[in-house]
Design a binder for this molecule. Structure first.
Ligand code: F6P
Length: 549
């Protein structure tokens, strides 16, 4: 369906008039004026709680944003995605990561194929395989059980599994050590190979396409390293593949019996639920992996059925849109107050920016509003001691998503209260700030001379009024992690619908890949340097010169 340009829609224009006034609202006053603001601007779903009250928005703002969501057809497009319509227009594909977490037996037939049966057939194979590796009956070539698993993949074939394995650390198998190699930089592979023993190491080559240059080179390197000690016939006990490309897996020399398939309707950045999550299932066991899928499914069901005004992914998306569009927030900072979520910001970078980092609409017109903000972040409280200074007193407004668990999965005394106190204190400080009057009173109470008080005043004043969301869960478990990821997946989807961008392709990564291939040839001296610009030529010449030293 051809969407009208966003700025021409009635609901956008209503929001724009509203924003002329609302963007200057002071959150302190909004809280003072409405004692019901917290209950009014919070919602819960699938084991998660969202507080979006610390934003420059009120009930009217939300009403107008919901009108926009309706006018852009969020509900119809959500239903189209969930039912398997080919909403990935530039690649003519369905978008069905939600089918990967559907309970067994649910009906979903796409192009005459029973998707649910296919998904569960692979899950059954994952269960059998992971049980064997975990219970020590899958033996390496010298008869020893696996101690180390190395996932070789990049982008969605790395970020999701790595993030989830770290996040579910407390559920991990005590014998299995998980490693992730993604970078084509040999230092990455070298660091892992120096820690593992070929007799007890299992490599998972994870690549949707099985053509990604980094993964192919890393997999070849691992294979060569393995064959220094073992024989070709030993490969099947130590190399398995996860891919949609059976031919390429076979050509690489991995037995298709050792291949766990998935499908082209799973986007790379949405693939942790598929066999790409094999490392997660190995680490935590198939039982917990299933609970992880169930948590995501609970969020899918909420997204599918909840009215928009209580729909958590929709609300998170709309608030994000509001901040991006009307507060000129060019970036979004993710602050997990949970060390086990340390890779969550990196994971969200791909999810959000590869999906919605687009400048044309699905029909190829230039968009008429800004789209995806830059997503970045780091765990609290480390982030506080690094860049929160800028977030508090810098010139840009950067919205923050705080994410925390009410209960820890450790029992170390005192830590969790300290952590949560910091999390809540930061969102309060960003919202309230500290006025010049408050600073003056404080400095005067310290009996500082008048001149010094006035000199320090601008430095010690916090503008405040800086937006944030807080997402809470009881504990970080497989189920709540699943729900959290699904929440952000659907948030990304809703924003893509509002901007009318093609959220499920990523053509922007192609140009660099082509040029890298050409320059790699030039560095190896296989072809004469093509006419690059003088900078690129100069850099190539320097690298070639360094090789002969
Ligand atoms: O180049 C980007 C990308 O295609 C991502 O979308 C994807 O997650 C990653 O590369 C890895 O792709 P593959 O799983 O096919 O190796």
């Amino acid at each position: 369906m051809q969407q009208p340009a966003l700025t021409t829609t009635a609901s956008f224009q209503a929001l724009q008039s509203h924003a002329a006034e609302a963007r200057d609202w002071q959150m302190r006053q909004l809280f003072a004026a409405d004692p019901q603001r917290f209950p009014r601007m919070t919602t819960d779903a699938a084991g998660l709680f969202l507080d979006y009250s610390k934003n420059r928005a009120d009930a009217r703002t939300i009403e107008l944003l919901l009108d926009l969501a309706r006018e852009r057809g969020v509900e119809a497009q959500r239903d189209a995605m969930l039912s398997g319509e080919k909403i990935n227009l530039t690649e003519h594909r369905s978008v069905l990561h939600t089918a990967l977490r559907m309970p067994r037996g649910k009906q979903l037939v796409v192009d005459g194929q029973d998707v649910n049966a296919d998904v569960h057939a692979v899950l059954d194979r994952i269960r059998v395989f992971t049980d064997k590796v975990r219970n020590g009956t899958w033996l390496g070539y010298s008869g020893k059980p696996v101690t180390d698993v190395v996932n070789i993949g990049i982008g969605g074939s790395d970020l999701g599994p790595k993030m989830a394995v770290l996040a579910l650390r407390s559920y991990a198998h005590p014998r299995l050590k998980m490693h992730f190699v993604s970078n084509v930089d040999g230092h990455d592979m070298d660091a892992v190979l120096s820690q593992v023993n070929p007799e007890t190491t299992l490599f998972i080559v994870a690549s949707k396409t099985f053509t990604t240059a980094e993964t192919m080179l890393n997999a070849q390197t691992a294979r060569k390293w393995f064959l220094c000690e073992a024989k070709e016939a030993d490969l099947p006990r130590h190399f398995v593949a996860v891919s949609t490309n059976t031919k390429a897996v076979e050509a690489f020399g991995i037995d298709p019996d050792n291949m766990f398939p998935f499908w082209d309707w799973v986007g790379g950045r949405y693939s942790v639920w598929s066999a790409i999550g094999l490392s997660v299932a190995l680490a935590v066991g198939f039982g917990y992996f299933s609970t992880f899928l169930e948590g995501a499914h609970a969020m899918d069901e909420h997204f599918r059925t909840a009215p928009l005004e209580q729909n958590m992914p929709v609300l998170l998306a709309l608030i994000g849109f509001w901040n991006r569009q009307f507060l000129d927030a060019g970036s979004l900072s993710i602050a997990p107050y949970h060390q086990d979520l340390s890779r969550f910001p990196a994971y969200l970078q791909q999810l959000d920016m590869e999906s919605n980092g687009k400048r044309v609409t699905r029909n190829g017109r230039q968009v008429d509003t800004p789209t995806c903000p830059v997503v970045w972040g780091e765990c609290g409280t480390n982030a506080q001691h690094a860049y929160f200074q800028l977030l508090h007193q810098g010139t840009d407004v950067t919205p923050i998503d705080f994410i925390a668990a009410l209960r820890a999965t450790h029992d170390l005394e005192g830590h969790h209260d300290a952590l949560l106190a910091n999390c809540f204190a930061q969102s309060e400080a960003f919202m309230k700030g500290k006025t010049a009057e408050e600073v003056r009173a404080e400095l005067k109470a310290q009996k500082l001379p008048e001149a010094e008080v006035e000199a320090l005043l601008p430095h010690k004043t916090f503008p405040g009024n800086r937006p944030s969301n807080t997402i809470l869960m009881d504990q970080l478990t497989p189920a709540t992690l699943g729900a959290l990821i699904a929440l952000y997946e659907h948030k990304t989807f809703v924003q893509g619908v509002i901007w009318d961008v093609a959220s499920f392709d990523q053509w922007g990564v192609e140009l660099g890949k082509v040029l890298a291939k050409q320059i790699q040839g030039e560095l190896a001296g296989e072809v004469s340097p093509a006419q690059h610009d003088s900078s690129t030529n100069g850099l190539i010449v320097m690298a070639k010169a360094a090789k002969v030293q």
